[in-house]
Design a protein around this ligand. Structure first.
Ligand SMILES: Cc1cc2nc3c(=O)[nH]c(=O)nc-3n(C[C@H](O)[C@H](O)[C@H](O)COP(=O)(O)O)c2cc1C
Length: 206
């Protein structure tokens, strides 16, 4: 049997497997689930989606961490708490995760400070964009100051002004819908976080 077709037929094992895969996806840049699609709702009610790099997954709180420019449109859409979706698909493993929960932006505090300090100089350089990401332009531009474009920043001091534009997006997941495509029979399930912190799983017809 193709190993990709080895389905998990136990809901607790399945949920643990999902958490393991999310943890790996955050650490492994080559993982297909390292760049999921994040969905939000705009002020006018329209959906809005974008690819983001998954930076961390905390299994204890089922929270995903992403990094963003604090001036980005999604920051206004999410604020201190808004519905959020996270869609990840691993074509190799033939698994789709549809996660949803509540997003919040933290621009200050220990989590944002640590994320900033741990980021590479190149990653921190992105936050030097001026004017803000999403600003209309009459010509093609990167937004970066000309003197730092196309080169690695020399030190922390050179990227320090970007800290004011940096924020973390924390997505606390409360619902996980899972789909595994297998020749032997697809598997689909939904897991919902319970008030006591446990997860309740339920099989669905794929
Ligand atoms: C592979 C890839 C990775 C990306 N990673 C991020 C990211 O980690 N954070 C981010 O804010 N935008 C990231 N982007 C850009 C977003 O998709 C999006 O264009 C940008 O954040 C503006 O979205 P907004 O106007 O909804 O805020 C990434 C795009 C791609 C293609």
């Amino acid at each position: 049997m193709n190993p990709l077709d080895e389905v998990i037929d136990d809901l607790d094992e399945m949920r643990a497997d999902i958490f393991r895969r999310l943890g790996r996806a955050a650490k492994d840049r080559r993982s297909a689930m390292h760049t999921p699609v994040i969905g939000t709702v705009k002020a006018d009610g329209r959906p809005s989606q974008r690819v983001m790099v998954l930076r961390a997954f905390d299994p204890a709180t089922a929270t995903l961490r992403f990094h963003t420019d604090s001036r980005a449109a999604k920051v206004d859409e999410i604020g201190e708490g808004a519905p959020i979706s996270v869609l990840a698909y691993d074509p190799g493993a033939k698994r789709q995760f549809r996660l949803s929960g509540t997003g919040r932006i933290e621009a200050d505090g220990a989590t944002a400070d640590k994320a900033w300090n741990d980021a590479t100089l190149f990653a921190r350089r992105c936050y030097l964009a001026d004017p803000a990401p999403g600003t209309l332009s009459d010509m093609p531009i990167s937004g970066l100051p000309a003197d730092i474009e196309g080169r690695k920043p020399e030190d922390d001091a050179e990227v320090a002004p970007g800290r004011a534009n940096f924020a973390v997006l924390l997505a606390q997941i409360d619902t996980i819908e899972f789909l595994h495509l297998a020749h032997t029979g697809h598997r689909r399930a939904i897991f919902r976080l319970q008030p006591d912190g446990s997860w309740h799983g339920q099989w669905l017809v794929p």
